[in-house]
Design a protein around this ligand. Sequence first.
Ligand code: CTP
Ligand code: MG
Length: 175
Amino acid sequence: MDPRYDLAANFIAVYLPAMVTNAAPVAFLSRRRCTPLDLGLVLPDGRRLLGDGKTVEGVLVGLVSGLAVSLLLALSLPEFSSLLLRTGLVSSCGAIIGDLAKSFLKRRAGIERGAPLVPADQLDFYLGATLLVLACDKCAQPLLASFLLGLILVPLLHLSTNYAAYKLGLKRVPW
Ligand code: CTP
Ligand code: MG
């Protein structure tokens, strides 16, 4: 199981940390009052910089959860431990950057926090993670097949887990 060449191992090494980072704030913080990352800043267009859906706690919980998963992966494949840790950290950071960039652009387009924007809401973190990992020459690189698999799998997982989170009362909207 070499995460550089084996499809399943490659997908897990590159994308699992990003997926966990993206899901963690909904799972752990939905009922809490958190501090908006933009501290309420409104830009000259009259819209928030990011909005209340992007919080300091969300970023921290996402990063810690992504790192925890990377650590588990590193422990289960010790010969690739530093590669897995590095890739996981970069993947998690990319997921956060992609999510924040998407919210920034949604606000500029006048779309309210939480209003759906398909497929950006599903793929923001995925594309962010892909780009940042590609930019890291010491990380495991996503195989083309991994990337294509994720393009199909990630939106399906995102929609089904968000619907489940809505049913469980963890999310205000089912998307
Ligand atoms: N969340 C958070 N901090 C983050 C990301 C997410 O606190 N950095 C939490 C927020 O409670 C957010 C929820 O996870 O409402 C779902 O995240 P997401 O769907 O990305 O945010 P939206 O509320 O839909 O906001 P936006 O329209 O900006 O995407
Ligand atoms: Mg959303």
